[in-house]
Design a binder for this molecule. Structure first.
Ligand SMILES: O=P(O)(O)OC[C@H]1O[C@H](O[C@H]2O[C@H](CO)[C@@H](O)[C@H](O)[C@H]2O)[C@H](O)[C@@H](O)[C@@H]1O
Length: 262
């Protein structure tokens, strides 16, 4: 363990990555930059993480991105982040220029049916709520009783999640139903190609982040960091959002040193 509480192997890997020509530093939002809270609209960011992301984004040949399951506009409002930090919403499918895939009229009609169905499920289980996004809708059960949470999720899984054209993502006390295919891994590929990144660092805490970890190339110096418990394809693990802030600040600092020594 290093003095800063980050595993020594991770510290070494981050130091190497901070020295590459072009670096992509990317993180998930909820559970990484912001702690998990009861109500999605209350998910404010850790100021130390925001400071580190902004500092890193100001450095030469360094692109910083937040790749979130959130609607992009909501991500921008909650995080307060703006260019040059790149914001990608809707689990990697929503860029500043719009969605990576077209949302057809048929898909919109399906989305409306999904919202109706999830709303009717939520109405039967107190504490359950429904979040609506441009290409998906989410059943939240964090504030339902344990029994109701299980029953609500089961009904959504065996009902609307099984409809044709629906893409299901499990998450932390949520089930998300999308009308387009999403992938944080494809988002990382797009960003990597766009900037010609020599190494990618990605931090994530949830099931949706596993697609990002799966697209990393550890043999080429990429670093995947899982935040918290759970199975993962990431090569490294840290405990919580405090550690995220420590990692981001460490990378920003090392990158600044590497830039100043040329
Ligand atoms: O990819 P992310 O940035 O991690 O977004 C994933 C989902 O985050 C939000 O839900 C999660 O965070 C909420 C606030 O802490 C919490 O109440 C909920 O239980 C979590 O699942 C967001 O509401 C979803 O739209 C995102 O897909």
């Amino acid at each position: 363990m290093s003095d800063n509480g980050i595993p020594a192997e991770l510290t070494d890997a981050l130091t190497r990555a901070a020295g590459v020509g072009v670096l992509l530093l990317a993180s998930d939002y909820d559970g990484c930059v912001s702690p998990i809270v009861s109500r999605p609209e209350d998910a404010v960011p850790d100021p130390a993480s925001i400071d580190a992301l902004v500092a890193a984004a100001a450095l030469p040949d360094t692109v910083v991105a937040v790749v979130s399951g959130r609607e992009r506009a909501v991500l921008a409002a909650l995080s307060g982040l703006e260019a040059p930090v790149v914001l990608v919403g809707s689990h990697g499918s929503e860029f500043e220029s719009g969605f990576a895939v077209e949302i057809t009229d048929e898909a919109r009609a399906l989305l409306n049916r999904l919202i109706d169905e999830l709303s009717s499920i939520a109405a039967d289980f107190p504490g359950s709520t429904v979040e609506v996004k441009p290409a998906s809708t989410v059943l939240h059960v964090r504030n339902a009783s344990e029994t109701d949470a299980v029953a609500a999720l089961d009904r959504a899984r065996s009902g609307p999640a099984s409809w044709p054209g629906v893409h299901t993502t499990e998450g932390k006390a949520v089930l998300e139903l999308a009308v387009i295919e999403t992938s944080k891994g494809h988002a990382l590929d797009t960003l990597r190609d766009r900037i010609g990144a020599d190494a990618v660092i990605y931090l994530g805490d949830d099931v949706t982040d596993e697609k990002a970890f799966a697209h990393l190339r550890p043999g080429d110096g990429d670093i995947g960091i899982k935040v918290g418990e759970g199975d993962t394809a990431a090569g490294f693990r840290i405990a919580d959002t405090d550690d995220v802030a420590t990692v981001l600040a460490f990378v920003a600092d090392q990158r600044a040193r590497a830039s100043s020594t040329g």
